[in-house]
Design a protein around this ligand. Structure first.
Ligand code: SF4
Length: 763
């Protein structure tokens, strides 16, 4: 562990105090932990700037954190707990209450519901995450004793699939681009080298700063010689600086990856040493890959055969190359196969855990069943009963999912509620904007399924459509500037560092999620929770590196683990200390015994997603009616899913939801840049503004997600215009793929027409 030399978390000058801290949502994003300096005067933040001493982000911030002051002091922020009568759900009839009263109401309802219907009838919904995303499962397991923590995105289509497939094929961790993030001297570190190529697959890291990877480091790497190859249906900013853009058809990614593997295997371009020593099942794998020559993939993907060959050759022969894999992997029913193919690509080309390749995290040791890791905390606390854990929704039906993910299965859960097999009696929205489709597919269906829940709580910094629609009690949340805490990028699966969140100011009566969890825990299970004397005590006992006090932790600044390459050669990936990977065979499994155990094909294959022009089983009438390929979900600089829509400086940059379409399609449809358009398919309809751009191919449109309008009527049925521009209403639940992962967020169909109310509105 390396600490930051000369770090001062707090500097007091004559007229202000400067607090150094590390960002976390809200209102930043998760979990990047960018360094900030917050200037505080008379108890208020007067200036926000990047911390130049942070070894990774080095003073840079993106607009979401630069708008911190606007977020914190926004007049619409909810600063006190509130309640309203159950019959007033959907109405703006809130009444301010004290924390004690709020907790009394929650305790009374939770205890009644548990007594009458069992712990499993309480569901804790989690969203984009607070404090490394761990607190909503903990609220379920350790406060209410329920096994049902729910991330309501169809196919759990964000990060979970990548992390799970990594766990199945090689055991824990998460492969990430080697951006020298574990070295205090970063790019000057002896022995580190930049990747020769980065294959950015369905990922735009500058905007998304995904999970634990600080996106701007791609630019740092390019300045040091790294070249980019972008695989994406859209030409984003980084793609315009790439050596190559592989502009494939949405949903065809797996075919492309398989064809690259075919070329590498058939032309003997693979790393024999790595394959012989560290891979299992190469013969079967090579035999399967024979089915997928580049000539087969080219027409499927709409990518020239020569380009597939060129990209595959470069990735296999330049030493070393890295992969940045994004949501294209998760949000696709063929995504498990894509993850398997991409991990296999890294493995057979010898790019795993080498300088300039993809580094591996050290798996959390000590349990054969990673899904039980946090549940074990609940068992140990005496709160979660093993027999109740067995009632986790969808766990038996999706074992490939549930042996790694500690949550209920979202599609199974929704279906069980719809068909009456499960009745949710209490919903706890732990920063989860389910109703407005921040992440959920068909959020209107979730709304319908949850409408009659006996009791509901929402904790958020702002009122939002979900809280307005369903909550009986509203708990106001702090931002990261208002509480102490802890940041660990990549949820600990490949953490570049750990660092403290340092409280700078107090705003209203807001509390952080850890504090609320402890407070409610003390009421529900005092025998366990009374041992924690507040947030800092909780952090010291359970979270921060062993043996450090919180004061020592925050004085240390950014704490980076030592980088060790080729951990599989050093016995660092297995709890038993043996060399190799944490799998049954001890090797990277090109032929997955885990998949075989789940009754699935152990080798990767291509399956056309359900709603594409190339799917031969698709009813031709659907294609006739909805001829455009719809892809969604790309990030912007100015929002984090449904957050930030009310922040003036951010909204000014992207005031309306945008539908990107090619000029050829726009002309055919009589649509001009800036026109409002209707987007429709067999599942739903919404309205966005056309952005006519050649950066997307003819025949494909991209729609922004998670739009609602804080300025519109808050009451039902409007709910802040939750369904006016909500592209997720066009995306169905239930079209999931292998192991229960993935759905059609990245590839669906739609039609687009000019919204004839255009002229009226503009006049
Ligand atoms: S990536 Fe941007 S929004 Fe996210 S924590 Fe860092 S500066 Fe804040």
């Amino acid at each position: 562990m390396q600490e930051q030399e000369g770090y001062e978390w707090k500097t007091v000058t004559d007229d202000e105090t400067i607090i150094r801290t590390h960002a976390w949502s809200p209102p930043g994003c998760h979990p990047v932990g960018c360094g900030l300096q917050l200037h505080v005067k008379d108890g208020k933040i007067v200036k926000v700037e990047g911390d130049p001493t942070h070894p990774i982000t080095r003073g840079a911030l993106c607009p979401r954190c630069l708008a911190l002051k606007e977020f914190i002091y926004h007049p619409d922020r909810v600063l006190h707990p509130m309640k309203r009568a159950r019959e007033d759900r959907g109405k703006d009839k809130w009444e301010q209450i004290t924390w004690d009263e709020a907790y009394d109401i929650i305790e009374e309802n939770a205890k009644r519901i548990i007594k009458d219907y069992g712990e499993e009838s309480i569901m804790v919904f989690g969203g984009t995450g607070r404090q490394a995303n761990t607190y909503y499962p903990l609220m379920a397991f350790m406060v209410f004793g329920s096994p049902n923590a729910c991330y309501a995105q169809s196919g759990w289509s964000c990060y979970g699939p990548r992390a799970t497939i990594t766990a199945h094929l090689m055991g824990g961790g998460y492969p990430e681009i080697d951006n020298a993030c574990r070295y205090p001297d970063r790019y000057d570190h002896p022995g580190w080298e930049p990747p020769k190529y980065i294959l950015l697959w369905g990922k735009e890291p500058l905007k998304s700063n995904p999970d634990g990877f600080w996106g701007h480091s791609v630019i740092d790497l390019m300045k040091r010689g790294t070249k980019l190859i972008c695989v994406d249906p859209r030409v984003h900013w980084l793609a315009t600086r790439a050596e190559q853009i592989v502009q494939l058809r949405p949903g065809s990614d797996t075919a492309l990856a398989l064809a690259m593997l075919n070329h590498i295997v058939e032309n003997d371009l693979y790393d024999h040493d790595f394959v012989d020593r560290w891979c299992y099942g190469f013969e079967e794998f090579a035999e399967r890959m024979k089915q997928y020559p580049p000539s087969w993939a080219a027409p499927i993907c709409g990518v020239p055969e020569e380009q597939i060959i060129d990209v595959a050759t470069k990735f296999a022969t330049f030493k070393h190359c890295a992969l940045g894999w994004g949501l294209a992997v998760d949000q696709n029913p063929n995504g498990v196969q894509l993850a398997q193919a991409l991990l296999s690509l890294l493995a057979i080309t010898g790019n795993l855990d080498v300088p300039g390749g993809c580094t591996l995290g050290t798996p959390i040791a000590g349990d054969d069943d990673p899904a039980r890791d946090m549940a074990n905390w609940g068992f140990a606390a005496g709160v979660l009963k093993p027999e109740v854990w067995e009632k986790r929704l969808g766990a038996k039906e999706y074992p490939g999912f549930s042996t790694i993910m500690n949550q209920c299965h979202p599609d199974f859960t929704l279906a069980a509620m719809q068909n009456g097999d499960y009745k949710c009696r209490m919903a706890y929205f732990h920063s989860s904007n389910v109703v407005s489709g921040a992440i959920a597919a068909q959020p209107d269906k979730w709304y319908e399924a949850l409408k009659d829940v006996d009791f509901a709580v929402a904790q958020e910094p702002f009122m939002n459509p979900t809280a307005m629609a369903l909550a009986d009690v509203f708990l106001p949340l702090t931002t990261f500037a208002e509480h102490d805490g802890h940041v660990q990028p990549h949820y600990g699966l490949n953490a570049a560092f750990e660092a403290a969140i340092n409280k700078a100011v107090t705003v209203g009566d807001c509390k952080c999620d850890i504090e609320i969890m402890i407070d409610l825990g003390k009421r529900m299970h005092p025998e366990f929770w009374n041992q924690f004397d507040g947030v800092v005590d909780y952090l010291e006992k359970r979270v921060i590196p062993k043996g450090m006090t919180f004061d020592e932790f925050r004085k240390a600044g950014v704490i980076q683990p030592e980088e060790v390459y080729r951990k599989y050669e050093k016995g660092m990936l297995r709890p038993d200390g043996q060399v190799g990977f944490l799998t049954t065979t001890g090797r990277f499994e090109l032929y997955s015994l885990a998949f075989e155990l789940f009754g699935e094909d152990p080798l990767p294959y291509f399956e056309e997603p359900p709603f594409t022009p190339q799917n031969k089983d698709l009813d031709p009438k659907i294609l006739e009616e909805y001829p455009l390929i719809l892809t969604t979900g790309a990030r912007t600089y100015v929002s984090f899913h449904s957050e930030h829509r009310q922040i003036p400086s951010l909204r000014a940059m992207v005031p309306d939801p945008l539908l990107e379409m090619n000029p050829v399609d726009a002309e055919k449809l009589g649509i001009k840049d800036g026109d409002w358009v209707l987007i429709e398919n067999q599942f739903g309809k919404c309205r966005q503004r056309a952005q006519v751009t050649p950066t997307i191919q003819p025949g494909v449109v991209h729609a922004m997600h998670a739009w609602w309008y804080p300025e519109k009527d808050p009451e039902a049925p409007s709910l802040f215009g939750a369904y006016d521009s909500n592209i997720n209403t066009l995306l169905p639940n239930g079209y999931i793929g292998k192991l229960g992962f993935g759905d059609t967020f990245k590839a669906n169909l739609c039609k687009v027409t000019k919204d004839e109310t255009n002229e009226k509105e503009e006049a």
